[in-house]
Write a protein of this length. Structure first.
Length: 466
């Protein structure tokens, strides 16, 4: 670590927030995925946009690589770079809600749960993913599938504007009228264009939904998923359904159906309504349907997937749930190597599918299912059993990922893609690729910011930028 860099940082930022070791440093490098072991040279805990500017400029002047830590939920640990400078936004979690305009001003380090909690206090909510511990800005920049996607679009579709610190340390405000190319790129292009120190997000008057979980035995998977696929194909915008396969309490895999109804609550909760129809796809093992606040649903997912396990993730996009895909998923579930792993399908439909493809950087707008293949295991388990250091868990997710390839659409969800899948990276932005790379070259020609992988200039190839 350069003494000159530290002196430079501490001349403008409080020494207590420039960390090279100690408990706060350890806290900052502790991420959701315990398999990540990356040691940056210095952590800068920024409290203001001016702190971010100072950190970016200092890193540039001293030739130190930069990363940005929001929620720290990325499976590859891209919030950190070995020997680098981390811009840690953990102290920038403020959320201000304008109830009349239905807009939230969100600081760059705010979690999804922070935004939803603030909005709920005035009868509103934000479009988020399924977990509350994920950084709101990070999920938004990459796209943001979630339980309100059908009615209100992706999280990225609800981004109204942002304050961004660019690679040269300058600060710009961007929206549809100001720096429109940058604004276009931020909606789905990932964290590759600067540090978003604050964002303006559209809110919606849906603080409470009809939602819950339904479990079916794995033996009923073919029937349940076939009937569910037919229901979802023509379903209303208000009904978005996650479906998957999870290890059950007895260790046997089970089919998991998680509907969210964001329309009229009485209609959604009715026994003959759209949500309870999903309890009659077979003979369920468990039905738990209610009208919780959205914050409760986020907390439940956080409890299901707590911080501190080892993990890996892969992703595919599929056009629907066919019999062949069901067979692949069931075989994958029957081969689970850990009671904490999961196969989840996130529905993309409705409002999200009606957004013109060229209006944001996000690269796929036709209805589909985004398959999230999650391998998780406890720390001690990576040296247990056959003593292969967790390799069997990685083999499981890689084999399932490969088995789905013949049924998959080109590309994938950039928040869940890493250097192992350059073919998916290369095709994730489709016809938006050329414009996205041109904007990247204009605002960050030296690739200072490398939040998620971008395609290379060469057609059909990809070079992740981290």
């Amino acid at each position: 670590m350069s003494a000159a860099l530290l002196a430079d940082l501490r001349s403008t930022i409080s020494s207590s927030r420039v960390l090279t070791g100690g408990p706060e440093y350890v806290s900052s490098v502790t991420l959701f995925n315990a398999a990540v072991d990356i040691r940056p040279a210095v952590i800068v805990r920024c409290a203001t946009a001016a702190d971010v500017q100072a950190a970016v400029r200092a890193a540039g002047e001293h030739g130190v690589p930069v990363s940005v830590r929001g929620g720290g939920h990325d499976f590859w640990g891209r919030a950190l770079r070995s020997g680098g400078l981390v811009i840690d936004l953990a102290e920038m979690r403020g959320v201000r809600v304008d109830a009349d305009r239905r807009v939230a001003a969100v600081e760059g380090g705010a979690l999804s749960s922070d935004v939803v909690a603030a909005a709920e206090r005035v009868g509103l909510t934000a479009v988020t993913g399924t977990a509350g511990a994920v950084g709101m800005v990070g999920i938004t920049l990459g796209g943001g599938y979630g339980p309100l996607t059908g009615r209100f679009g992706l999280a990225a579709d609800n981004l109204l504007g942002a304050e961004v610190v660019l690679a040269d340390g300058s600060r710009v405000d961007t929206d549809a009228e100001h720096e429109p190319d940058l604004f276009w790129a931020l909606r789905g292009g990932g964290g590759n264009f600067g540090v978003v120190t604050s964002a303006r997000i559209r809110l919606h008057p849906v603080p409470t939904v009809v939602t819950g979980t339904i479990f079916y035995p794995i033996s009923q998977a073919s029937r349940v998923l076939a009937d569910l696929g037919e229901i979802l194909q023509g379903g209303p915008d208000e009904l978005t359904v996650d479906v998957g396969l999870l290890p059950g309490a007895d260790g046997a895999p089970a089919v998991y159906v998680a509907p969210t109804w964001s329309g009229n609550l009485d209609e959604g909760a009715a026994e003959n309504g759209p949500v309870h129809a999903l309890t009659r796809l077979g003979t369920p093992l468990l039905v738990d349907i209610g009208r919780p606040a959205r914050s409760a649903g986020l907390a439940a997912t956080d409890a299901m997937f707590p911080v501190g396990r080892m993990g890996a993730i892969r992703s595919r996009n599929i056009s629907g749930i066919s019999a062949s895909i069901t067979d692949v998923l069931v075989q994958g579930a029957q081969a689970f190597t850990s009671p904490f792993s999961a196969i989840l399908l996130h529905q993309f439909h409705g409002a999200a599918a009606r957004v013109p493809l060229d209006s944001t950087a996000f690269g796929r707008r036709e209805p589909h299912q985004m398959a999230e293949l999650i391998s998780l295991w406890e720390k001690g388990d990576d040296i247990a059993g056959d003593g292969d250091g967790g390799a069997r868990h990685l083999r499981w997710v890689e084999q399932l990922h490969a088995a789905l390839e013949p049924f998959s659409l080109p590309g994938g969800y950039v928040n869940f893609l890493g250097p192992e899948t350059p073919d998916q990276v290369a095709r994730s932005y489709g016809p938006n690729t050329e414009r996205l790379l041109a904007i990247k070259s204009a605002v960050d020609p030296d690739s200072v910011f490398v939040g998620t992988p971008l395609p290379s200039d060469a057609p059909g190839t990809a070079s992740p930028t981290f």
